[in-house]
Write a protein that binds this ligand. Sequence first.
Ligand code: ADP
Ligand code: ZN
Length: 296
Amino acid sequence: MCALYGGIEAGGTKFVCAVGTNPEDLGNVKRIPTTTPAETLGQVINFFREQKGLSAVGIATFGPVDLNHNSPTYGYITTTPKPGWAFADLAGVVGRALNVPVGFDTDVNGAGLGENQWGAAQGLDNFIYLTIGTGIGGGGMVNGKLMHGMVHPEMGHIRLPHDKKADPYHGHCPFHGDCFEGLASGPALQERWGQLAETLPDNHPGWALEAHYLSLAVNDFVCTLSPQKVILGGGVMEQPQLFPMIRQNVQKLLNGYVQSQEILKDIDSYIVPPKLGKRAGILGAIALAIQAHKGV
Ligand code: ADP
Ligand code: ZN
């Protein structure tokens, strides 16, 4: 019998579940609202119990999460401010209920793995995947392995130069105020401009400011990690006008110092949206299931 994989894209507003093996073979996608861990995970487990012959499940989740296999809270969401979800066990609860191996990682590492298997990062060993949505997170691969480390990268919480005269907005991060996420996430745009980010007109000055912050962050990640590609996903990146501004600003910021074709000549294919589009998250969760099945 062919292997069949379950994917769970766990988000702050919804858990997206699906069964499949690759982008051409992805069954019905089920959306379950994020309420309490017991209720939401109960519905997730019921969905997968109806699917026969699952070989493994992958969970790509919002965080922060515990990825240390030797820790008693491995597979948990840890210090989230989201009510009810701090120290919620995801991997253990799902694995015990379905009795299958569980792959567990951050949403951005999951999406990065999916892009590596089937999307914009195929054949690359070093790349980053950033999501710019309700929060900002980053993951990807270094030397062919998903980035983990002490906990996992928190690329959304780096500090950026913030000219308070040009942009007096105090920032949205509950921990740091005007960190990257505090200045450039969807809710930051909404609070700064007094309307939902998706309702700002294309020519609104907020987009140039957004591209400015995104470019500063991308510049720093290029300098620290030397990624072979930078994939920018999440709701805010649905604004296509951001990409040319970011590409141009990153070239300006680096100022010819990083001598690579990718930056100097091929920037249009260096800073890109996810090739899997809105399915990057769920396909990433399926990719984590495949890894778990192989015992990686
Ligand atoms: P989440 O981060 O919750 O998984 P998204 O990646 O869709 O979900 O991010 C949601 C955030 O992105 C919200 O703050 C929303 O205002 C913003 N957003 C969603 N769609 C767009 C759009 N087309 N243009 C700009 N901002 C958007
Ligand atoms: Zn922060």
